[in-house]
Write a protein that binds this ligand. Sequence first.
Ligand code: SF4
Length: 323
Amino acid sequence: MIAGLAIGAKIGFIYLRGEYRYLLKIMEKAVADAYAKGFLGKNIFGSDTEFQIITQTGAGAYEVGEESALMESLEGKRGVPRIKPPFPAVVGLYGGPTVINNAETIATVPHVISMGGPAYAAVGSERNGGTRLFSLSGHIERPGVYELPMGYNLKKMIYEVGGGIRGGRKLKAVVPGGSSTPVLLPEEIENLGMDFDQLGKAGSMLGSAGVVVLDDQTCIVEFALRTISFYQHESCGWCIPCREGTDWIKKSLTRFHAGFGTEKDIDNIQYLAQNMLGRTFCPLGDAAAMPTLGFVKKFRKEFEEHLNGKPCPFAKHVELAVV
Ligand code: SF4
């Protein structure tokens, strides 16, 4: 509502991914309550201001997280990205100028206004103001979504906020910003603050702030396979490097993990991922290639241990983290 007022918009849409349809009733009740209290509608509190909110669910495609694909879906079309430019602020939903933000970003607005910009920014680290919703998952005692200041120490997040590694096991690796971000080793997270700048310097990204913790019994080859399988499934098929690249990497990793790989496959997987980087229509191609490259680069030895018919060294213990 505040964002609408700021840009003079009369209508806003809340687009909810199909997978999260179970939240729809809660959200629709909140919108209905806002109408009942007079925050939404025509002539809000006797003024000439109007703002309406419409909720809309998708049909379950990850790709509609990309803003132009989201608009296509909202217009009732197949959720594939549009050619840019023009950008949504110029030609957006139904051809009108459109501002698109994540709900998480919009949710910070009341706090920025009530605290004042500088005070809100001071909550976080330098050049990375405010808070972030960090989603802790994987082999962790207390998984969940935690709102913490930007720049929060990752080790502290895992061991204090998240209660440490499940079952008292050792940390093997962390995916710090959602499944598309390159993996980090335990020695790389010493004194690492969770913000855009520090993760960039560490060779990864803050991304969606989805932290996936992997313990020492995790098979990295299987985790890489699980990750690329997600992107292969979610690729909208619009452009060839992503559509074919994710499929070929998935096929190679499936064979590799089953013990039928060769030394050549390791380089081939790297080659395929490298050729997807920067060559796709939307960032999903990069999102699939970056973690693959990170797994092969940092765990090459583990890939080699799977070679020549040898069974996966973790086969008995495999317990995959939720991606
Ligand atoms: S990169 Fe993948 S998801 Fe994006 S447009 Fe191309 S095929 Fe679709």
